[in-house]
Design a protein around this ligand. Structure first.
Ligand code: SF4
Length: 333
């Protein structure tokens, strides 16, 4: 049975909400999965990531983003200096695995949206990363295409939304990693602007920011979107106006993702910072008071879990300044 959304929104803590949602049978997906995959991470995080729905591994283990796509997401987060259990809260648009990892239908999405809204109300994020088209369509615009909207800030009800590719799309089409990293660098910049100016991102130090951190009000985009800067047109970087062939390929890859609205206004508040000197090995420069997540090292780029190419800069990149590096280049993602 579905609980009325008003009832869900009255639930005051995440554990209680999880218990309620785990008993949800509001759509047909519940009958075809092992269990409800609710969410993961820090419910007090200011940054929330929203994907599409559980896959086979998530269904088996009961946690979101624990399969190959989830491992890739963890590496992306590590490159950003974000730890899954400390800096972010992760959820999906639908909480039950669609058969065969198909895309959830609009009615399944709509059935589960109250659950996601209730999660978002409790987390009260200031930044939300929308991973893939399903999350983008569920929360922003049912007609939105991820290839056109990714990399552009959308400001709604006090929350900054950044659409980007789902990690599963990156696994299918690694050429999308460049754009995805570009989008996550914007997320790092926004996090420093709104949450923690001292945030340590081993591969994106503050001096590497590509847009002013306090860049003022973003320009309005067609369709009511608020856009803070177009994607850089650097090597391979492309925005909504890129060539049709490239866009079609990306759309095809992003559309096949396996398996979100209106959040309450949020007032940014600084997150707690670790003691000075606690920075991880990726921390460089003065003023970095917060600790890098465990496991984040400059040698991240030399880690190649999939046995892919090392990258054109070879194996000596650990001695380079982290800001010179592109995480997706070395096969780390
Ligand atoms: S997908 Fe969502 S709405 Fe459907 S049964 Fe599972 S928790 Fe309920």
């Amino acid at each position: 049975m579905a609980r009325p959304e008003a009832e869900l929104l009255r639930i005051a803590d995440m554990a209680a909400l999880e218990q309620v949602v785990k008993g949800c049978t509001a759509c047909r997906l519940r009958a075809g999965c092992r269990g409800v995959v609710f969410g993961d991470g820090n419910p007090a995080a200011r940054l929330m990531l929203i994907g599409e729905g559980p896959g086979a591994d998530e269904d088996r283990l009961g946690r979101p983003f624990v399969g190959r796509a989830g491992q890739l997401l963890d590496r992306i987060l590590a490159a950003c200096g974000f730890d899954r259990q400390r800096h972010v809260y992760i959820a999906n648009v639908v909480k039950c695995r669609p058969p065969g990892n198909r895309t959830p239908t609009p009615d399944e999405r709509a059935a589960c949206l109250p659950n996601l809204r209730a999660q978002m109300r409790l987390v009260n994020p200031v930044i939300v990363v929308l991973l893939g088209s399903t999350a983008l369509q569920a929360l922003i615009d049912p007609a939105a295409r991820i290839t056109r909207w990714r990399g552009q800030w959308i400001h709604r009800d006090g929350v900054w939304y950044m659409p980007t590719y789902h990690p599963a799309a990156l696994l299918r089409n690694p050429s999308l990693k460049r754009d995805c990293w570009h989008d996550f660098k914007k997320v790092i910049d926004k996090y420093r602007e709104l949450v923690d100016p001292y945030h340590v991102a081993p591969h994106h130090p503050p001096e590497a920011a590509e847009e002013p951190a306090g860049g003022g009000a973003p320009a309005a985009a067609p369709g009511g979107r608020a856009v803070a800067g177009e994607p850089a047109a650097g090597a391979g970087g492309r925005g909504p106006g890129a060539g049709a062939a490239v866009e079609a390929r990306a759309e095809a890859a992003a559309a096949a993702e396996p398996a979100g609205v209106e959040p309450a206004p949020a007032t940014p508040a600084p997150v707690e910072r670790a003691a000075p000197g606690a920075g991880g090995p990726g921390g460089t420069g003065p003023g970095e008071a917060n600790a890098a997540p465990p496991g984040v090292q400059l040698t991240l780029f030399d880690f190649d879990p999939d046995g892919g190419p090392v990258g054109r800069r070879g194996r000596h990149r650990g001695r380079r300044h982290a800001g010179d590096l592109q995480p997706w280049e070395g096969g780390a993602w």
